[in-house]
Write a protein that binds this ligand. Structure first.
Ligand SMILES: [Zn+2]
Length: 276
Protein backbone atom coordinates (compact mmCIF):
# COMPACT_ATOMS: atom_id res chain seq x y z
CA UNK A 1 0.00 0.00 0.00
CA UNK A 2 2.70 2.44 1.11
CA UNK A 3 4.78 2.44 -2.17
CA UNK A 4 1.60 2.90 -4.18
CA UNK A 5 0.56 5.81 -2.01
CA UNK A 6 3.99 7.37 -2.39
CA UNK A 7 3.97 6.81 -6.11
CA UNK A 8 0.47 8.22 -6.44
CA UNK A 9 1.38 11.29 -4.41
CA UNK A 10 4.51 11.83 -6.52
CA UNK A 11 2.55 11.33 -9.71
CA UNK A 12 -0.05 13.85 -8.56
CA UNK A 13 2.63 16.40 -7.66
CA UNK A 14 4.37 15.96 -11.01
CA UNK A 15 1.04 16.37 -12.75
CA UNK A 16 0.39 19.61 -10.88
CA UNK A 17 3.88 20.91 -11.69
CA UNK A 18 3.44 20.04 -15.36
CA UNK A 19 0.17 21.98 -15.50
CA UNK A 20 1.76 25.01 -13.83
CA UNK A 21 4.86 24.92 -16.02
CA UNK A 22 3.00 24.56 -19.31
CA UNK A 23 -0.19 26.60 -19.46
CA UNK A 24 -2.10 26.22 -22.70
CA UNK A 25 -1.38 29.07 -25.09
CA UNK A 26 -4.00 30.68 -27.31
CA UNK A 27 -4.05 29.38 -30.88
CA UNK A 28 -1.61 31.13 -33.23
CA UNK A 29 -3.73 33.33 -35.51
CA UNK A 30 -1.65 36.03 -37.26
CA UNK A 31 -4.72 37.80 -38.69
CA UNK A 32 -6.50 41.10 -37.88
CA UNK A 33 -8.31 40.44 -34.59
CA UNK A 34 -6.06 37.46 -33.84
CA UNK A 35 -3.05 36.69 -31.67
CA UNK A 36 0.42 35.91 -33.03
CA UNK A 37 2.20 33.38 -30.78
CA UNK A 38 5.96 33.95 -31.23
CA UNK A 39 8.78 31.88 -29.70
CA UNK A 40 11.62 34.07 -28.44
CA UNK A 41 14.25 31.57 -27.31
CA UNK A 42 15.08 29.63 -24.17
CA UNK A 43 13.82 30.81 -20.81
CA UNK A 44 17.34 30.60 -19.26
CA UNK A 45 17.79 34.27 -20.14
CA UNK A 46 15.94 37.12 -18.44
CA UNK A 47 12.38 37.70 -19.63
CA UNK A 48 12.48 39.83 -22.78
CA UNK A 49 10.21 42.85 -23.29
CA UNK A 50 8.11 42.82 -26.45
CA UNK A 51 6.20 45.65 -28.07
CA UNK A 52 3.91 46.04 -31.08
CA UNK A 53 2.38 49.35 -32.18
CA UNK A 54 4.42 50.86 -29.30
CA UNK A 55 2.39 48.88 -26.73
CA UNK A 56 3.82 46.18 -24.42
CA UNK A 57 2.75 42.64 -25.32
CA UNK A 58 2.46 39.68 -22.91
CA UNK A 59 5.50 37.40 -22.63
CA UNK A 60 5.07 34.00 -20.96
CA UNK A 61 7.32 31.13 -20.00
CA UNK A 62 6.13 28.05 -21.90
CA UNK A 63 7.90 24.66 -22.00
CA UNK A 64 11.31 26.18 -21.24
CA UNK A 65 10.94 28.99 -23.75
CA UNK A 66 9.81 32.62 -23.70
CA UNK A 67 6.75 33.10 -25.84
CA UNK A 68 5.21 36.45 -26.86
CA UNK A 69 1.49 36.83 -27.48
CA UNK A 70 1.01 39.73 -29.87
CA UNK A 71 -2.52 41.14 -29.94
CA UNK A 72 -3.46 42.25 -33.47
CA UNK A 73 -6.20 44.92 -33.66
CA UNK A 74 -9.04 44.28 -36.13
CA UNK A 75 -7.89 47.24 -38.25
CA UNK A 76 -4.35 45.82 -38.72
CA UNK A 77 -3.43 45.90 -42.42
CA UNK A 78 -2.53 42.46 -43.79
CA UNK A 79 1.14 42.26 -44.81
CA UNK A 80 4.55 42.72 -43.18
CA UNK A 81 4.82 44.15 -39.68
CA UNK A 82 7.58 44.37 -37.06
CA UNK A 83 7.61 43.20 -33.45
CA UNK A 84 10.26 44.75 -31.21
CA UNK A 85 12.08 42.53 -28.72
CA UNK A 86 14.43 43.79 -26.02
CA UNK A 87 16.26 41.07 -24.12
CA UNK A 88 19.59 39.79 -22.85
CA UNK A 89 21.14 40.09 -26.33
CA UNK A 90 20.00 43.69 -26.87
CA UNK A 91 17.28 44.91 -29.19
CA UNK A 92 16.03 43.05 -32.24
CA UNK A 93 13.13 43.18 -34.64
CA UNK A 94 11.05 40.13 -35.52
CA UNK A 95 9.19 40.15 -38.82
CA UNK A 96 5.50 39.32 -38.56
CA UNK A 97 3.34 38.63 -41.59
CA UNK A 98 -0.34 39.32 -40.90
CA UNK A 99 -2.62 37.30 -43.15
CA UNK A 100 -5.94 38.53 -44.47
CA UNK A 101 -9.13 37.32 -42.78
CA UNK A 102 -12.62 37.99 -44.11
CA UNK A 103 -15.22 38.29 -41.38
CA UNK A 104 -18.90 37.91 -42.32
CA UNK A 105 -21.27 40.90 -42.55
CA UNK A 106 -24.46 41.10 -40.50
CA UNK A 107 -27.33 43.49 -41.35
CA UNK A 108 -29.37 44.62 -38.35
CA UNK A 109 -32.52 46.73 -38.11
CA UNK A 110 -33.17 48.47 -34.81
CA UNK A 111 -36.37 50.46 -34.26
CA UNK A 112 -35.06 52.50 -31.28
CA UNK A 113 -33.22 55.43 -32.91
CA UNK A 114 -31.30 56.25 -29.68
CA UNK A 115 -29.34 53.01 -30.07
CA UNK A 116 -28.32 53.88 -33.64
CA UNK A 117 -27.57 57.59 -33.07
CA UNK A 118 -27.46 58.71 -29.42
CA UNK A 119 -28.89 62.17 -28.58
CA UNK A 120 -26.30 65.01 -28.87
CA UNK A 121 -26.37 65.80 -25.14
CA UNK A 122 -24.79 62.38 -24.51
CA UNK A 123 -21.80 62.92 -26.83
CA UNK A 124 -19.45 64.06 -24.04
CA UNK A 125 -20.41 61.13 -21.79
CA UNK A 126 -19.92 58.62 -24.61
CA UNK A 127 -16.53 60.13 -25.59
CA UNK A 128 -15.35 59.95 -21.95
CA UNK A 129 -16.46 56.31 -21.75
CA UNK A 130 -14.66 55.43 -24.98
CA UNK A 131 -11.48 56.91 -23.46
CA UNK A 132 -12.01 54.77 -20.32
CA UNK A 133 -12.33 51.63 -22.46
CA UNK A 134 -9.17 52.59 -24.39
CA UNK A 135 -7.33 53.02 -21.06
CA UNK A 136 -8.48 49.58 -19.84
CA UNK A 137 -7.29 48.02 -23.11
CA UNK A 138 -3.78 49.42 -22.55
CA UNK A 139 -3.58 48.53 -18.88
CA UNK A 140 -0.38 46.57 -18.24
CA UNK A 141 0.89 44.96 -15.05
CA UNK A 142 4.14 42.95 -15.11
CA UNK A 143 2.87 40.40 -12.59
CA UNK A 144 1.30 37.93 -12.25
CA UNK A 145 1.93 35.78 -15.31
CA UNK A 146 -1.51 35.21 -16.81
CA UNK A 147 -3.15 31.82 -17.21
CA UNK A 148 -4.23 31.92 -20.86
CA UNK A 149 -6.39 28.79 -20.82
CA UNK A 150 -9.86 30.33 -20.57
CA UNK A 151 -13.22 28.79 -19.76
CA UNK A 152 -16.38 30.25 -21.33
CA UNK A 153 -17.61 32.71 -18.63
CA UNK A 154 -21.32 31.91 -19.09
CA UNK A 155 -23.16 28.65 -19.78
CA UNK A 156 -24.89 29.36 -23.09
CA UNK A 157 -24.47 29.00 -26.84
CA UNK A 158 -22.05 31.36 -28.63
CA UNK A 159 -24.24 33.67 -30.71
CA UNK A 160 -22.64 36.71 -32.43
CA UNK A 161 -19.01 35.84 -33.20
CA UNK A 162 -16.04 38.18 -32.91
CA UNK A 163 -15.19 40.38 -35.91
CA UNK A 164 -18.57 40.31 -37.66
CA UNK A 165 -19.00 43.51 -39.70
CA UNK A 166 -22.22 45.23 -38.70
CA UNK A 167 -24.55 47.35 -40.78
CA UNK A 168 -27.14 49.04 -38.57
CA UNK A 169 -30.24 50.31 -40.39
CA UNK A 170 -28.14 50.50 -43.57
CA UNK A 171 -25.22 52.36 -41.91
CA UNK A 172 -21.84 50.58 -41.48
CA UNK A 173 -20.76 50.43 -37.81
CA UNK A 174 -17.64 49.22 -36.01
CA UNK A 175 -17.13 45.47 -36.28
CA UNK A 176 -18.15 43.27 -33.35
CA UNK A 177 -15.28 43.48 -30.86
CA UNK A 178 -16.33 40.57 -28.66
CA UNK A 179 -18.07 37.22 -28.50
CA UNK A 180 -21.75 37.12 -27.50
CA UNK A 181 -23.04 34.32 -25.32
CA UNK A 182 -26.81 33.83 -25.49
CA UNK A 183 -27.98 33.82 -21.86
CA UNK A 184 -31.08 35.32 -20.25
CA UNK A 185 -31.23 37.80 -17.39
CA UNK A 186 -29.56 36.53 -14.20
CA UNK A 187 -27.30 33.79 -15.59
CA UNK A 188 -24.15 33.38 -13.44
CA UNK A 189 -20.91 34.83 -14.85
CA UNK A 190 -17.65 33.17 -13.79
CA UNK A 191 -14.02 34.26 -14.17
CA UNK A 192 -12.54 32.43 -17.21
CA UNK A 193 -9.17 32.27 -15.37
CA UNK A 194 -7.64 33.86 -12.28
CA UNK A 195 -7.45 37.66 -12.24
CA UNK A 196 -8.15 40.90 -10.39
CA UNK A 197 -11.18 43.14 -10.89
CA UNK A 198 -9.82 46.28 -12.57
CA UNK A 199 -13.12 48.13 -13.00
CA UNK A 200 -16.85 48.04 -12.34
CA UNK A 201 -18.66 50.68 -14.40
CA UNK A 202 -21.98 51.79 -15.86
CA UNK A 203 -21.55 52.68 -19.54
CA UNK A 204 -24.04 54.08 -22.08
CA UNK A 205 -23.68 51.34 -24.71
CA UNK A 206 -22.18 48.47 -22.66
CA UNK A 207 -24.38 48.98 -19.57
CA UNK A 208 -23.12 47.51 -16.32
CA UNK A 209 -19.58 46.38 -17.09
CA UNK A 210 -16.84 44.45 -15.28
CA UNK A 211 -13.19 44.36 -16.38
CA UNK A 212 -10.81 41.65 -15.11
CA UNK A 213 -7.02 42.04 -15.32
CA UNK A 214 -5.31 38.67 -15.83
CA UNK A 215 -1.78 40.15 -15.91
CA UNK A 216 0.80 41.27 -18.51
CA UNK A 217 -1.68 43.10 -20.72
CA UNK A 218 -4.34 40.38 -20.88
CA UNK A 219 -7.75 41.63 -19.76
CA UNK A 220 -11.35 40.51 -20.17
CA UNK A 221 -14.48 42.72 -20.23
CA UNK A 222 -18.10 41.73 -19.60
CA UNK A 223 -21.01 43.96 -20.71
CA UNK A 224 -24.80 44.28 -20.17
CA UNK A 225 -24.77 42.77 -16.64
CA UNK A 226 -27.81 42.76 -14.36
CA UNK A 227 -25.78 42.30 -11.17
CA UNK A 228 -22.18 42.68 -9.97
CA UNK A 229 -20.97 40.67 -6.95
CA UNK A 230 -17.40 42.01 -6.79
CA UNK A 231 -15.60 45.28 -6.15
CA UNK A 232 -12.60 46.87 -7.84
CA UNK A 233 -9.30 45.39 -6.66
CA UNK A 234 -10.83 42.05 -5.67
CA UNK A 235 -8.88 38.90 -6.61
CA UNK A 236 -10.81 36.21 -8.48
CA UNK A 237 -9.99 32.52 -8.85
CA UNK A 238 -10.80 30.60 -12.01
CA UNK A 239 -14.52 29.86 -12.06
CA UNK A 240 -15.39 32.34 -9.30
CA UNK A 241 -18.81 33.99 -9.62
CA UNK A 242 -18.55 37.76 -10.21
CA UNK A 243 -21.99 38.77 -11.44
CA UNK A 244 -25.00 37.94 -13.58
CA UNK A 245 -25.94 38.55 -17.21
CA UNK A 246 -28.62 41.01 -18.19
CA UNK A 247 -29.88 43.58 -20.66
CA UNK A 248 -28.31 46.83 -19.33
CA UNK A 249 -26.95 49.37 -21.83
CA UNK A 250 -28.20 49.82 -25.38
CA UNK A 251 -29.11 46.34 -26.61
CA UNK A 252 -32.28 44.69 -27.87
CA UNK A 253 -32.17 41.50 -25.81
CA UNK A 254 -30.25 39.94 -22.91
CA UNK A 255 -26.85 38.37 -23.62
CA UNK A 256 -23.26 38.50 -22.41
CA UNK A 257 -20.86 40.54 -24.57
CA UNK A 258 -17.39 39.19 -23.75
CA UNK A 259 -14.21 40.97 -24.83
CA UNK A 260 -10.65 39.60 -24.58
CA UNK A 261 -7.85 42.18 -24.81
CA UNK A 262 -4.19 41.40 -25.48
CA UNK A 263 -1.50 44.09 -25.50
CA UNK A 264 -4.00 46.87 -26.24
CA UNK A 265 -6.05 45.02 -28.87
CA UNK A 266 -9.48 43.37 -28.66
CA UNK A 267 -8.96 39.89 -30.12
CA UNK A 268 -11.08 36.82 -30.84
CA UNK A 269 -11.97 35.27 -27.43
CA UNK A 270 -12.43 31.86 -29.06
CA UNK A 271 -8.65 31.61 -29.59
CA UNK A 272 -8.38 31.23 -25.80
CA UNK A 273 -11.08 28.56 -25.45
CA UNK A 274 -10.57 24.83 -25.95
CA UNK A 275 -11.39 23.68 -29.50
CA UNK A 276 -15.06 22.73 -29.73
ZN1 LIG B 1 -21.57 41.67 -28.47
Amino acid sequence: MRPCRLFCALFFMLGTLAVQAAPALPRHAPVPGGVAVLELGTAHDAQPAVSFNALPQPVLRHQGKWVALVGLPLDTEPGKHSVFVEGAGGQRTLPLVVREKRYPTQHLRIADGRMVTPPPELEARIAAEQQRIADWKRHYTAEPAPDTRFDLPAAGPRSARFGVKRVLNGEPRSPHGGLDVAVGIGAPLRAPAAGTVLAVADLYFAGTTVVIDHGRGILTLYAHLSRVDVREGQALARGELFGASGVSGRITGPHLHWVVMVGGAAVDPELFLPMK
